[in-house]
Design a protein around this ligand. Structure first.
Ligand code: R5P
Length: 288
């Protein structure tokens, strides 16, 4: 059975269809003191596939509760799919006294599952923090699907050198175009400085490709450079459209034409589904 976290209900339903497995009923409650309670009242299967994006602390707790609930109900195998893994960007101790939060969360998750499936964690090395088998899926190439055909002299840009592989994946899936990257310096959680790429952008259609749009600072800075330099249409594409706070406003004000994201984070811009690649990852390990 497919068992959904509250933030992954659409993806869980799509995954149930892909895998041909029933979608479990789940109830999400909260006690007066703020504690969450996720219940799977009629779980009845050998295998549970728990699907839960963990963009909030509550979602993390709910995921652990769902793993425990299905074990308690008799699941002999638990597969945990984390479409968007919160805390994955805290993958180092950046200053004395800081935890490696991604490791702490991975360890907690590993105690309740036989294996895990992640979609574009911020760095693939986060998989090393888990105490169970992990399959990492790359959804970047699927971001090309909603792009219009016939882009004008298309340019695929990543906001920094580290994400250029994502831009290449989208370019390859689209079928052609130039790839380049901006230089990025992050001053704080919301203050990002972007230097233009070497590519000539005037009159061209540009797709910026990143793993996450969170505050929108990175993407809106990049878009502003492109519109100032005379780019024609600018598409902001990402795997995880978190879009927190005033991110949408920042992007609109910068001159974005369209935001394209996947259903790892369920927003109105989540027009691409990762269900087929997640289903393949779940089945591939089973077949191994
Ligand atoms: C950082 O290295 C990531 O790849 C993203 O660029 C970043 O998480 C985006 O965050 P924000 O939207 O807050 O600038």
């Amino acid at each position: 059975m497919i068992v959904s976290g509250a933030a992954s209900q659409v993806l869980a339903a799509r995954l149930a269809t892909e895998l041909g497995e029933p979608l479990a009923a789940v109830e999400y409650d909260r006690f007066p003191d703020g504690e969450t309670l996720a219940t799977v009242p009629e779980f009845d299967a050998d295998r549970a596939v728990v699907v839960a994006t963990t963009a909030t602390n509550d979602a993390w707790v709910e995921l652990l509760q769902l793993q425990d609930a299905v074990r308690e109900a008799g699941a002999s195998e638990v597969v945990t799919v984390v479409p968007y893994m919160g805390y994955a960007r805290q993958d180092q101790s950046f200053a004395d006294g800081q935890p490696i939060s991604a490791r702490a969360m991975a360890r907690a998750l590993s105690t309740g599952t036989d294996r895990a499936v992640l979609v574009n964690p911020h760095e693939n090395s986060v998989a090393d923090f888990f105490g169970c088998h992990v399959t990492v899926c790359d959804a970047a190439g699927r971001l090309a699907e909603p792009l219009p055909e016939g882009l004008a002299d298309p340019l695929f840009l990543s906001p920094d050198a580290g994400a250029v592989g994502l831009a290449e994946a989208v370019r390859d899936a689209y079928g052609g175009g130039e790839v380049d990257f901006f230089e990025k310096i992050r001053h704080s959680g919301t203050d990002v400085e972007i230097s233009p790429s070497d590519a000539d952008t005037g009159g061209r259609d540009v797709a910026i490709v990143d793993d996450i749009i969170a505050t929108g600072s990175t993407m809106s800075e990049a878009v502003a450079h492109l519109t100032a330099d005379g780019a024609d249409r600018v598409f902001a594409t990402c795997v995880h459209p978190l879009l927190v706070g005033n991110a949408r406003l920042k992007l609109e004000r910068a001159g974005i034409d369209r935001i394209i994201g996947t259903d790892t984070v369920e927003r109105d811009v989540s027009t691409v589904s990762v269900a087929p690649i997640v289903a393949a990852a779940v089945d591939a390990v089973e077949a191994a």
